[in-house]
Write a protein that binds this ligand. Structure first.
Ligand code: CP
Ligand code: NVA
Length: 310
């Protein structure tokens, strides 16, 4: 089974740095490497909506010399319940890698177990590891380092972004704090895994129900929608408990004066983030969105090199 990227801790600290370095090279030189020249194809499959992921993988695969085969799962036989393993066996004879945005983490794991090509998690209910690669690349560029920085995420502590910050940040040696209401804490097993990773990296991981305590001295402040894809029916319940976790000017006053602000987008101004913050001088969200392109090109190049033994 080739190396896949299904969760943030699928990369060691050293491998994460290799990918950030390569991503920076791609940012400086868009056509630095073309491992998909041919063009060879990569399947990019969506079970959920997307703008950034669809665009950045499509453009990135094309810039790597390849052909992005974008599949809306509902219009394919996957939408009618064809087994994941059968889909994997059909795709892997024709494409070099499979990128998939879906619901359960078990689904990308099943694809990776059956496929003879790398599988990339383009967001599941549990993790969004490609986003956090781009986010950490953005922070590294803004701050010159990752290890030792304090990253605070406010909002739904049980969602994919919170979990990916915990794991990806802990691998990088950051001090990751999740501030969220009771009932919306990170998955205990993922928090425990982040703490285990942090023991090796010199970072730390924690949860706090006090937004103010979580923000104390933060170098990076991150947030995300309170209503993730698939939770639209709960949007009434997912408003008032989160109001104290809004990233607004008051929240920013508890962070370090030079803190940068991340949001994976799409953003809901006036809900999880105030317009004055996302559109203000501390926001790096547009670099963050651009870095999806560079980070994912680096990731695919790295995974293809591993799979091809080069
Ligand atoms: N941040 C992110 O993954 O955006 P899309 O849902 O638009 O792909
Ligand atoms: N947590 C959000 C991220 C969107 C990119 C969701 O899953 O909808």
């Amino acid at each position: 089974m080739p190396r896949s990227f299904l969760r943030d801790d699928d990369l060691t600290a050293t491998e994460q740095v290799e990918i950030f370095d390569l991503a920076d090279t791609f940012r400086a030189e868009r056509f630095h490497q073309q491992p998909l020249a041919g063009p060879q194809s990569v399947a990019v499959i969506f079970d959920k909506p997307s703008t950034r992921t669809r665009v950045s993988f499509s453009v990135g695969i094309a810039e790597l010399g390849g052909y992005p085969l974008v599949i809306d799962a509902q219009s394919s036989q996957m939408g009618r319940g064809e087994p994941i393993e059968d889909t994997a066996r059909v795709l892997d004879r024709q494409v070099e890698a499979i990128v998939w945005r879906t619901f359960g983490q078990d689904r990308v794991e099943a694809m990776a177990s059956a496929a003879s090509v790398p599988v990339v998690n383009a967001l599941t209910d549990l993790f969004h590891p490609c986003q956090v690669l781009a986010d950490l690349q953005t922070v590294r560029a803004a701050k010159g380092r990752l290890a030792g920085l304090r990253l605070t995420y406010l909002g739904d502590g049980a969602n994919n972004m919170a979990h990916s910050y915990l794991l990806g940040g802990a691998v990088a040696g950051m001090h990751v704090r999740v501030g969220s209401p009771a009932g919306y804490e990170p998955d205990p097993a993922i928090l425990a895994r982040a703490r285990e990773l942090a023991t090796d990296s010199g970072g730390s991981a924690g949860h706090d129900t006090s937004a103010k305590a979580a923000l104390e001295g933060a170098d990076v402040v991150a947030t995300d929608t309170w209503v993730s894809m698939g939770q639209e029916g709960q949007s009434d319940d997912r408003s008032s408990p989160f109001v104290p976790y809004t990233v607004d000017a008051e929240a920013m006053s508890y962070a370090a004066a030079d803190a940068v602000v991340l949001h994976c987008l799409p953003a809901y101004r006036g809900k999880e983030i105030a317009a004055e913050v996302i559109d203000g001088p501390q926001s790096v969200v547009w670099d963050e969105a651009e870095n999806r392109l560079h980070a994912q090109k680096a990731l695919l190049t790295w995974l293809l090199a591993k799979a091809r033994g080069v």
